[in-house]
Design a protein around this ligand. Structure first.
Ligand SMILES: [Zn+2]
Length: 81
């Protein structure tokens, strides 16, 4: 499943024996983050950015979509209709 999705999203995949490694990019700095599986629309964050995640989010340059936020979006869409 995740293999096909990673291909579609242009994620680099490394095949190591039977196991595949995925390299989606960090949503903040673009560094490849190694992962054993790939989940589309997941917020991948590299270890460096994880340390300063709170600070980055305070700048509001980047926004991470949370479950609450997507609920809000849906409400807004319904209202505008
Ligand atoms: Zn990063």
């Amino acid at each position: 499943m995740s293999y096909k999705e990673a291909l579609l999203d242009g994620i680099r995949i490394e095949q190591k024996g039977k196991q595949a490694r995925y390299y989606p990019r960090c949503i903040f700095c673009g560094t490849e983050v190694m992962s054993c599986n790939y989940v589309p629309n997941y917020n991948y964050i590299c270890s460096d950015c994880k340390k300063i995640k709170k600070t980055i989010l305070k700048t509001e340059i980047f926004r991470i979509k949370t479950k609450d936020e997507s609920k809000c979006d849906r409400k807004r869409v319904l209202k505008s209709d």
